[in-house]
Ligand binder design. Structure first.
Ligand code: HPA
Ligand code: ZN
Length: 328
């Protein structure tokens, strides 16, 4: 099973680039940029990465991101993830970044995008990995702030495929961002949103009905509403699920009770992703392995999940079919 998971070409569709910041790089950048962080050893960092819900994780994750200052730092962060992709046979990645986490500290929007995009271009040339960039709005901030960020992004639109919605879900429903998502759609961006990670099934319905997203990030709690499950299945709206993230943030108490296999068997277009691998203890293949083991997935399930990762992507139909034929 491990070999199959390793050897299958895969796409990763739910990955926050700031969530790939490994402790070693965090220490190096903190020193270079004279940023204070509350840890001195990798052990101390790992100890701090114990979370009982989403918010305590986000607090540590935003603090970690403060070491990213120069364009080069964003390049190095992104390149390190892409090298990992190569090792794991991830051939296509759709990568989130959180511009507001950086612009709020005085970092130029252009430095963030250019640093990331240079690494993505190098990966296409040197590693044969294709990618798209998705800009996420922080939902704990106001819609006005999101609109400001959308406007800032327009000169860089060529490099950005779509917009997303992340950060503290509870109390910040999709309805808060209707206007900015309509503006993003009018500007030609694809739209996705985190929903149903901690928020209930109504957050998923709002993301579909009010934000008109084409993909749901997480979506774990869709199983509270059978009509919603049927809709996700009938309209083949993908879920980008993240097993180790959901385990670490106590969205699920044990992966043996994870609903991924149930949703897959129901016919929903489920995909496996790593979310914030430096914080949650595993990159993509480790997420596949953890679920395969806990839910007794068979080889056909694993192949279906890899095929789904391409089906759910923003690649052209031609590129999707090429990868799917490879897998078959
Ligand atoms: N949920 C919400 N916001 C996030 C996450 C997540 O899992 N990871 C990074 N930002
Ligand atoms: Zn996420």
């Amino acid at each position: 099973m491990k070999n199959l998971i390793q050897n299958l070409p895969k796409a990763e569709l739910h990955l926050h680039i700031e969530g790939t910041l490994e402790p070693q790089l965090m220490f190096r950048l903190a020193k270079k940029n004279s940023i204070k962080i509350p840890y001195e050893t990798v052990d101390e960092v790992k100890k701090a990465y114990e979370f009982d819900s989403l918010q305590p994780f986000l607090d540590i994750y935003y603090a970690g991101a403060s070491v990213l200052v120069e364009k080069r730092d964003f390049y190095d962060l992104t390149w390190a993830y892409l090298v990992k992709c190569k090792e794991e046979n991830i051939v296509h990645a759709e990568i989130f970044f959180d511009p507001q986490t950086h612009t709020s500290r005085g970092i130029a929007f252009g430095d963030v995008v250019e640093g990331i995009v240079e690494a993505l271009n190098d990966a296409e040339k040197k590693l044969g990995i294709s990618s798209f960039l998705i800009m996420s709005f922080l939902r704990h901030l106001s819609e006005e702030e999101a609109i400001k960020t959308l406007k800032e992004s327009l000169p860089y639109k060529y490099f950005i495929k779509g917009v997303g919605l992340d950060s503290s879900e509870l109390g910040n429903p999709p309805s808060k961002f209707q206007k900015v998502f309509q503006m993003a759609k009018n500007a030609g961006y694809e739209c996705v949103a985190h929903a149903g990670e901690e928020g209930d099934a109504s957050y998923i319905k709002e993301a579909l009905d009010l934000l008109h997203v084409s993909r749901i990030d997480h979506g774990v709690r869709c199983d509270e509403d059978i009509e919603l499950m049927k809709r996700l299945r009938d309209e083949q709206i993908p879920l980008t699920m993240c097993p180790l993230s959901n385990l670490k943030l106590k969205v699920v108490d044990d992966l043996k009770n994870y609903n991924l296999k149930k949703l897959l068997d129901f016919g929903i277009l489920v995909t496996i992703n790593s979310d914030d691998p430096a914080y949650f203890g595993g990159y993509l293949n480790e997420n596949y392995e953890a679920v395969a083991k806990s839910l007794n997935l068979n080889e056909d399930d694993i192949k279906t999940l890899a095929i789904n990762s391409f089906k759910a992507s923003f690649l052209s139909d031609e590129a999707k079919n090429r990868y799917i034929e490879d897998i078959n």
